[in-house]
Write a protein of this length. Structure first.
Length: 72
């Protein structure tokens, strides 16, 4: 499953740092963090999507506490 989320990230450097770290999480098939559009695109298996998304949100808070990820 592939879903897009609003991702309020402060700078392009932060977006790249997040993308690199989140791509290493178990279950993440593909991830993109775009500073210009303020969007996060996550691809993960349908049956594990919610679990993987929760892990993405937790890891994001660890790396960039000011970043907010939400449904469109």
């Amino acid at each position: 499953m592939k879903k897009k989320f609003k991702c309020e990230v402060d700078c392009a450097n932060c977006a790249q740092k997040l993308q690199n770290a989140l791509a290493k999480l178990d279950g993440v098939e593909e991830i993109s963090v775009n500073f210009m559009t303020q969007k996060l695109t996550l691809t993960a298996a349908d049956e594990r999507f919610d679990e993987v998304f929760d892990a993405v949100v937790r890891k994001t808070r660890q790396i960039e506490p000011d970043t907010v990820i939400s449904e469109k």
